[in-house]
Design a protein around this ligand. Structure first.
Ligand code: SF4
Length: 407
């Protein structure tokens, strides 16, 4: 029997592949190199055969085919970057055994600790005067104001009940967002209840609405996250300087500059240079009038994507879940619970347990598992698993391509 008229091509199990029309991208998750080829029908066809689940990352190719259309050179490139091998049928006439990478998602709905890692309480729903421009900022990041249901406020009892239901978690972050948290009657109660836990507590507050009386010092595992909005001037600078003086020697103080334009970025940089603190972050705010700013400062380009070099775990998690959202719940003062505040509520904490709500999202929810593979135009893009997970900016604006690749 003639055994040398074809060769087996075997793809390594640590290689991830995207194939769209006649374009292909191979990504080695170990050495984090990639090879792309555009507009080559034969190479795309061979790629489709390799990634067909029935073929298990192995296909055969005739000598003649190998010599045509740049196929041999392409496969040599894959071999050079340890992504594929060629095997003679003299070694194995039957298809060689291979392992195909498959991400596994734990589905045990009762093991809360497998899934939950962060809870955000929006403690009050008051619409604050002068802050109307930021009333949708909470849909983009944990901004401490929102206007979904004015007048309501969390009861200490509800917060304590949620915390009691999560004590089996090995680690978790609890965010409390809203003005007046630190001088509310339950700040001390929460501190005492969580004193012996490894849980982090982050109190998110707008600088412009800080209460006059603040705690003398932050407790263990506590952070004070201050949001600076513009316009800001000397008064805000003085407030920040006083905060740094009071808490600057502790790790927990952080400033978040909510910026809507390049001018506000410049202003922030000027203010930061006068502050003696390291924990400073920019939170770009999409306000409906500043797409140009986002294009310039937030949208990613091909070079950023290629430079990102995600690990194998990151590639797998991007294929199965949204790393930004997974494991996070947000609770509003009326008890509504969200897996992402841009989606419909999962349920209500006054009627369902935390475990039941998490099980709902794990089993049938769409927020935690929102992946680029499932949205337009990303699902037709070669970079679908190299790109960062879908952001709240994209979800809130229903536009899943904050990039310069598929504008
Ligand atoms: S279309 Fe989607 S996957 Fe492609 S580069 Fe843009 S954001 Fe990334």
């Amino acid at each position: 029997m003639q055994t040398d008229n074809f060769q087996w091509i075997i793809l390594e199990p640590y290689v991830q592949v995207a194939c769209v029309n006649n374009d292909v991208l191979y990504y080695n998750t170990v050495n984090r190199k990639y090879i792309a080829c555009h507009g080559n029908f034969r190479i795309a066809e061979i790629t489709r055969q390799l990634i067909d689940p029935a073929n298990g990352y192995v296909t055969k190719i005739g000598w003649e085919e190998l010599k045509k259309n740049g196929v041999e050179e392409f496969i040599a490139g894959l071999q050079n970057d340890f992504m594929a091998g060629i095997q003679s049928p003299g070694l194995s006439l039957t298809k060689p055994f291979n392992i195909v990478p498959q991400p596994i998602v734990k589905q045990d709905k009762f093991a809360l600790e497998n899934h939950l890692r962060e809870i955000t309480f929006h403690v009050s729903a008051t619409n604050w005067p002068g802050m109307a421009a930021f009333d949708r900022a909470y849909t983009q990041f944990p901004f401490p104001l929102y206007s979904a249901g004015p007048g309501e406020e969390f009861s200490l009892e509800t917060i304590m009940s949620v915390i009691r239901q999560t004590t089996t978690l090995p680690f978790a972050t609890f965010n409390f967002t809203g003005p007046g948290i630190l001088d509310s009657p339950w700040y001390d109660s929460i501190g005492k209840m969580m004193a012996d836990t490894p849980f982090r507590r982050k109190f998110h507050m707008p600088l412009s609405l800080l209460p006059p009386a603040l705690p003398g010092k932050l407790k263990r595992n506590e952070s004070l996250c201050i949001y600076v909005t513009f316009p800001a001037g000397q008064q805000e600078m003085d407030q920040m300087t006083a905060l740094v003086k009071k808490y600057g020697k502790q790790k927990g103080l952080e400033f978040n500059f909510v910026v809507r334009s390049n001018a506000e970025v410049e202003e922030s940089i000027g203010m930061i240079s006068g502050l003696n603190t390291k924990h400073v972050y920019f939170k770009p705010h999409l306000d409906g009038h500043n797409t140009g700013f986002f294009r310039e400062q937030v949208f990613i380009g091909e070079a950023d994507i290629k430079a990102s070099r995600p690990t194998r775990n990151q590639v797998f998690s991007r294929m199965t879940m949204n790393e930004n959202d997974y494991g996070k719940l947000t609770i509003f003062p009326d008890g509504a619970v969200f897996a992402n505040v841009n989606d419909a509520p999962l349920g209500n904490i006054h009627r369902e347990s935390v475990a039941e709500l998490v099980a709902k999202e794990v089993e049938g929810g769409t927020s935690w598992k929102r992946r680029r593979l499932g949205v337009e135009p990303c699902k037709n893009c070669l970079y679908q698993f190299l790109c960062p997970p879908i952001s709240n900016y994209e979800i809130s604006s229903k536009k899943f391509n904050f990039c310069h690749v598929c504008p």
